[in-house]
Every structure is written in structure tokens, then in C-alpha cells.
Design a protein around this ligand. Structure first.
Ligand SMILES: Nc1ncnc2c1ncn2[C@@H]1O[C@H](COP(=O)(O)OP(=O)(O)OP(=O)(O)O)[C@@H](O)[C@H]1O
Ligand SMILES: [Mg+2]
Length: 275
């Protein structure tokens, strides 16, 4: 069963200062199957966030369509749960209050929603923190709370835009392993945006590699890496290294094209990080 279908998505922005048109997305098509983890990877400014915002319903396509569970997206909805980079938690609500908020909106009875809320807090390693407030948590814990809040609503598609970008490297590795374990246990459908090649390969079943703006799908790379995954096992796995090298190669071609003036992004073509 296909959860998300993006067909010939094009997005043109009008610059509010100059009035010039900016073609952010040229022509992007791909699908995400139910229970699949798909990442979108590409150089800075190629339109990754724009693709995600269009799926979330925060932005309208200029042309093309986005469908979730067979219904065309025309605005935000509870069938798509967004984990924001800046957490976007309710500071006045407790940890448990944040997790059960969506369930409350759906009319789930208090006992059931608190039970579900606790279950998801346990899943992300936040059991015992139910009555704390977001400001009492570390950045990594807040990010895990963001994940729990979206998972508790059981959306058709979970959308994540560089959720670990502002977190220190060591914590980031742990959160990536946590997310992998949660994915393996629950099998949500995940659409993940990143510019970190290692992260995309470690987490994903498939990686959609975008070209520089105006973006098109350069290649969809299948990750042949067994689950359950850990960083320790992944870095020793030849499949992991080969896939990272292959994507590096694809993006390095872009970097050369940029340097030669064919694109207008800034890119140094560095190895593990596209930015
Ligand atoms: N609301 C907007 N109005 C005008 N231009 C926009 C708007 N949002 C994005 N853009 C432009 O569209 C292009 C794609 O932006 P987008 O944020 O989707 O890229 P990205 O791949 O997510 O970049 P990054 O890796 O830096 O997060 C950029 O050139 C950006 O300046
Ligand atoms: Mg972005």
C-alpha cells in the first residue's frame, strides 16, 4: 500500500522583495510505501523543506499533486504529523500534556489517552518525565518528546525536517539509533529531510537524491542494510559504506556543476555533509 505519492511537483516562489520568480522545485516525483522510511537528500537550497511543506499542506504546489492515502493534499491535516526542528512544543503543558494533546483534539477519553501517552513516552525513553515541563528537558529530550507526540497520533505519514540538525554530534548519533529502534518496533511511514548522507543511509529504506535548484530527482537509492540497525554494525557493513560513497559521488557531480557556474548554490562538495 502506498502512503504518499508526489507526482510532478513544481514550486515557483515569487521573491517578496524583488518580485522575481524563484523556481525552487523543477519536477519531483516519488512515492513512500506504508511502513517505509524514505529520506530526501540534496544540496542546501534545493527545495527539500519546500517538498516537505507541500506534503504537510503548509505550501501549495505550483503544479503537480501530492496525495496521502489516496487523497490529494489541500492543507494541513491530522493524517500528517510534523516533527519540527525547533520542537514546537507547548511550553505551558507538561511532557504528558504535550504528548496527549492531539489525542485530546481527536476526542480520545482521558484514561485511554494518558495510557497511550505514557506508552509513547516509554518508547522514546522519557518515562518518569511525564510531569516535567519542556524547559526542564535537554535539547535531545525535547526532540524525543516531539517524536513521541507525533507517533501518539498515529499519522498516515510522519514528516521530519532535519530534526537533529541543531543537536551535538554524540547525542545526534543516539537519537538516530533511538529513531531507528522506534521505526523498527512501530513501522510508522516516515518522510525525512536531511543534508547528512550518513544519517540518510543509516535511517532509510530508500534515499531520494535531489539535484540543485530547480530540483529534480537525480536518483532513488535503495539502502541494502539489514535491520535492526546500530551505528556500530552499520559502519562495519560494506553495504553502508558503498551506499554512502555512491550518494557522495552523485552529489559531488552537483558540486562541480555549481563551481562551474551552472547552479547558484554555495557548495564545497564536502564528503559527509552536503551543506
Ligand atoms: N517562502 C518563500 N518565498 C520565496 N522563496 C522561498 C521561500 N521558501 C523557500 N524559498 C526559496 O526556495 C528555494 C528552496 O528552499 P528550501 O528551504 O525548500 O531548500 P532546502 O533544500 O530545504 O534548503 P536547506 O538545506 O538550506 O534547508 C531556496 O532558493 C529558497 O530561497
Ligand atoms: Mg530546509
Amino acid at each position: 500500500m502506498t502512503a504518499l505519492v508526489i507526482e510532478h511537483l513544481e514550486k515557483v516562489y515569487t521573491d517578496s522583495y524583488s518580485g522575481d520568480e524563484v523556481v525552487a522545485i523543477g519536477d519531483v516525483s516519488f512515492t513512500v510505501e506504508r511502513g517505509e522510511f524514505v529520506s530526501v537528500l540534496g544540496p542546501s537550497g534545493c527545495g527539500k523543506t519546500t517538498v516537505l511543506n507541500t506534503v504537510a499542506g503548509f505550501a501549495d504546489p505550483t503544479s503537480g499533486t501530492v496525495s496521502v492515502d489516496g487523497r490529494e493534499v489541500s492543507g494541513p491535516g491530522p493524517d500528517r504529523g510534523v516533527v519540527f526542528q525547533g520542537h514546537a512544543l507547548f511550553p505551558w503543558k507538561t511532557v504528558l500534556g504535550n504528548v496527549v494533546f492531539g489525542l485530546r483534539m481527536k476526542g480520545v477519553k482521558r484514561r485511554e489517552r494518558e495510557e497511550r501517552g505514557r506508552e509513547f513516552l516509554e518508547l522514546v525513553g522519557l518515562a518518569g518525565f511525564e510531569n516535567r515541563y519542556p524547559h526542564e528537558l535537554s535539547g535531545g529530550m525535547r526532540q524525543r518528546l516531539g517524536v513521541a507526540r507525533v507517533l501518539a497520533n498515529e499519522p498516515a505519514v510522519m514528516l521530519m525536517d532535519e530534526p537533529f540538525a541543531s543537536i551535538d554530534a554524540q547525542t545526534r548519533r543516539r537519537l538516530q539509533e533511538d529513531l531507528t529502534r522506534i521505526f523498527e518496533e512501530r513501522r510508522p511511514t516516515v518522510f525525512f529531510v536531511t543534508h547528512d548522507i550518513d544519517e540518510a543511509v543509516f535511517l532509510s529504506d530508500r534515499v531520494v537524491v535531489l539535484s540543485p535548484r530547480p530540483s529534480t530527482v537525480q536518483e532513488i537509492v535503495t539502502v541494502d542494510l539489514p535491520r535492526p540497525r546500530t551505528w556500530k554494525a552499520a559502519v562495519d557493513h560494506p553495504g553502508f559504506r558503498e551506499t554512502v560513497a555512491r550518494i557522495n559521488g552523485l552529489l559531488a557531480v552537483d558540486a562541480v556543476r555549481d563551481r562551474d557556474g551552472a547552479g547558484d548554490q554555495e557548495s564545497d562538495g564536502s564528503a559527509a555533509d552536503v551543506r
